[in-house]
Design a protein around this ligand. Sequence first.
Ligand code: TYD
Ligand code: MG
Length: 456
Amino acid sequence: MAKQKSVFFCKECGAESAKWLGQCPACKAWDSMVEEPVAPKSKAVKGAAQAGPGLLQKARPERLSQIETHTDTRIVTGIEEFDRVLGGGIVDSSLVLVGGDPGIGKSTLLLQVCKVLVGMKLDVLYISGEESVRQIKMRADRLGRFDGELELLSETSLDNVEEIVIEKRPKVVVVDSIQTMYRDDIAASPGSVSQVRETTGALLRLAKGYGVTIFIVGHVTKEGVVAGPRVLEHMVDTVLYFEGDNSSDYRVLRAVKNRFGSTNEVGVFEMRGNGLREVRNPSEYMLAGTPVGEPGSVITATIEGTRPIMLEIQALVCQTALNIPRRTAVGIDTNRVNLLLAVLEKKLGLKLSFCDAYVNVAGGMKVNEPALDVAIVMAMLSSYSNKPLGEKTICFGEVGLTGEIRGVSQAEQRVTEAKQLGYETVILPKVNIRSAKECGVKLIGVGHISELMRLF
Ligand code: TYD
Ligand code: MG
């Protein structure tokens, strides 16, 4: 029998198969198998063996009580929004993946972090496989003067990268992006599952073996996962996603995996002409330009990480000219909007099946929290009946399929944030009234969506 020359990998999860399959047996994704040449194992393993002294020595068991930990192993950059997402600063010898759509600002963010680090007189190496050093310099010029020397390298060969990192031993390395890096001994092209997996593995060994903190940039695919498999996410210590809408300047840095901190923290930035600026008070930023007294516009409070953020939900409900009405949602899940429309139709008897519905989270933010349901319903009712919701009023709560309004978490924080921004009335689930009583604003408790119509 002829020797097998290629294998199939799942683009989504990295599962391997000897033959092509329509559906990945591991993650059940359809049409995700791609053919790649087989990596000569002996060479890859040899490369690994050369890579790091710490990791590949023969390990011996150690006693838990005798393992030393250092408390001060974090570098605090002073970019608060960035430090918070990492759990309080950059952890020594960690491998951090920063994923996001192309053009969202990953390179800019990391170059800004490098700027702070060289200002602290740390050795930092910025490796780009996408841009020439001249291009990086041009970007750096937009960010202002660097107080210290940043070393730049335009390189795509990982063998060379390894050599330079081992020789120079910088404190922090940025690899932009992992999809451009390749190892010679693997026949597959850069960005393929086997290349991404191998190069990330080599960077992991460098980070742990030589005490270098490495940031890897990864572009995401249409489906929103880091191109090249999720395998990558398992390998690194921390996975951050940089999100935002290309049409808006608002950017959210979110931790989806963090071995050294909580994953429900977010950092908020705004893209400016001279780099990213931290947004310390996202609510004010999100509510700038909100119309007053307009039907279809409703303010709500969501929780991002541990912080409440006020948002404007806009809805437009109008008679349809089509056989099947259009339902479009931006920033929230369209299925949720469809579900809420169905509940309204059934429980309030509204003729919504003859209406188009468009719902939008103003400001370009994406939210996925059931606590927004009441605000979406209120915005749609407001647009449908052409009546605005009272000024200085916000609402939140989850809507169930029988039309009941269910309690949400952190009601008190939401109400407090509303009060701080000058809101006077809060419509909230009845069960949450007790916890938010002390906040000093007028509270209107609701238990069923049939009570909402009366509030206009
Ligand atoms: P970039 O960091 O190159 O994105 P990524 O690395 O995620 O692909 O960001 C590119 C965008 O950011 C580009 O459209 C230009 C814009 N930008 C600014 O608005 N201000 C700036 O100071 C910089 C450096 C970039
Ligand atoms: Mg880039």
